[in-house]
Ligand binder design. Structure first.
Ligand SMILES: Cc1ncc(COP(=O)(O)O)c(C=O)c1O
Length: 425
């Protein structure tokens, strides 16, 4: 966008090396806006890394981090507990339904996936059943570590190495826009039923409430509730990946609340710290944790990181929950999300656009080609709204602090960007 010839020693992930030189450089962020090195301000339509749910530079989050840095940065979790982590785990137990009461704190969504799978597979060993088959979506994205990449068959994560246990990937039976019909929902649940019935009993089914990196696919209403029933019928654990959807993103505190279900394990990250510090969690039911009390796993969970449950991160996480409640961010995400989707839905008649979908403050505009999507995202950034184009889909997931004026600006500028891309064609 703002080319420069400067070279860099920094190797940025997920970005072609040939595109790294001369790319955009963001130097400042405040509220719902970010500024680049050239002095241009943008409405942040992607919340930093889809995680700045409370907006940027929030004084209460900065104050919480500063206060905790001054008091206690962190302490060895094998030697001592500390208040910020204890409080966060207790508050998550309050927020989450059923007996989802037991939380392991980590640093990233991928680590939460790792921990969730270790716990789920070990659970079956603990109760004396040998189950290790895991079922996911082909278009899932559960993270970037060696193991979590195996849970996806997206072209950019596909692994050349053999997974350590059998993984079954379920393909979407129809295009995203066709899934939102009754037939689409039936076909999708039938595909999961077949995966559960074929082969040895499954240990777990792991899904996102909305397929984020897999094309921002809004799953049909009722799907998660029917999946919960299927898992119960087959005795499989249901792991919900709320890394992207959790903490208000979809207009509810957690994505699975739209369906009134309770998973057995839930992974959390991104919005949990508003993106201010690395933080993630996996919360499991007490029924699962109780099986770790007995031998041979009486030493507990054999998984953890030096900075897992970091005191500063936990203190920020606790204040995120306060900010979300005080500023009514979940309600705002639902209201602004509806307005954004309604405003952008009109693009559905544009020849470049094949679908406009969304849930809460996640809106996806599907273009006819990846090139069209890239052209629209670029025109949108030039107009002052940051979005993210991935394989033909433009994703918009602004901070949950979006105002009416911001929403109107996003609709006008993104619509204008589609016109610009069409005119250039
Ligand atoms: C649904 C989902 N799960 C897991 C992850 C991995 O999280 P992280 O990048 O923090 O490892 C992501 C990241 O985008 C995600 O969107």
């Amino acid at each position: 966008m703002h080319p420069s010839t400067r070279t860099s020693s920094l190797w940025r992930p997920w970005t072609p090396i040939t595109q790294q030189a001369g790319s955009l450089r963001i130097v400042e962020a405040l509220g719902n806006r970010v500024r680049d090195v050239e002095g241009n301000w943008y409405l942040d339509g992607i919340s930093g890394v889809l995680n700045a749910s409370c907006g940027h530079g929030h004084p209460r989050l900065i104050e919480a981090a500063t206060r905790q840095l001054q008091q206690l940065v962190h302490y060895d979790p094998m030697v001592s507990s500390h208040d910020p982590a204890e409080t966060l785990a207790a508050r998550l137990a309050e927020l989450l339904p059923g007996d989802l009461n037991e939380t392991v704190l980590l640093n990233s969504g991928s680590e939460a996936t790792e921990a969730a799978l270790r716990i789920a597979l070990q659970y079956w060993r603990n109760i004396g059943e040998h189950r290790d088959r895991v079922i996911t979506f082909e278009a899932a994205y559960h993270g970037t570590t060696f193991l979590s990449q195996q849970l996806s068959k997206l072209p950019f994560t596909v692994s050349e190495w053999t997974p350590p246990f059998p993984i079954e990937h379920v393909a979407l039976p129809a295009a995203p826009r066709e899934l939102r019909t009754e037939e689409g929902a039936d076909a999708l649940i039938a595909a999961f039923a077949r995966a559960l019935e074929a082969g040895p009993p499954a240990a777990a089914v792991m899904v996102e409430p909305l397929l984020g990196l897999g094309g921002c696919v809004v799953l049909p209403a009722g799907f998660l509730a029917r999946l919960r029933e299927l898992c119960d019928r087959h005795g499989a654990l249901l792991i919900l990946d709320e890394v992207f959807c959790g903490f208000g993103r979809t207009g509810r505190m957690f994505g699975f609340e739209h369906e009134g279900i309770t998973p057995d394990l839930v992974t959390l990250s991104k919005g949990i710290s508003g993106g201010y510090v690395p933080l993630a969690a996996v919360t499991v039911t007490s029924r699962i944790k109780e099986t770790f009390v007995r031998e041979p796993v009486a030493q507990g969970l054999r998984y953890g990181h030096t900075t897992g449950g970091h005191a500063v991160a936990s203190a920020v996480g606790n204040t995120v929950l306060d900010v979300m409640a005080d500023e009514k961010l979940v309600e705002n995400a639902a209201a602004q999300g509806n307005a954004l989707l309604e405003g952008l839905r009109k693009l559905g008649t544009n020849p470049l656009i094949t679908d406009v979908r969304g849930l809460g403050l996640v809106v996806a505009i599907e273009a006819d080609t990846p090139e069209s999507a890239a052209a629209i995202a670029e025109a949108s950034a030039r107009a002052g709204v940051m979005t993210r184009a991935e394989r033909g889909v433009i994703r918009i997931a602004p901070p949950l602090t979006l105002t009416d004026d911001d929403t109107a600006e996003a609709v006008a500028k993104i619509s204008g960007a589609v016109d610009v891309a069409l005119a250039r064609r």
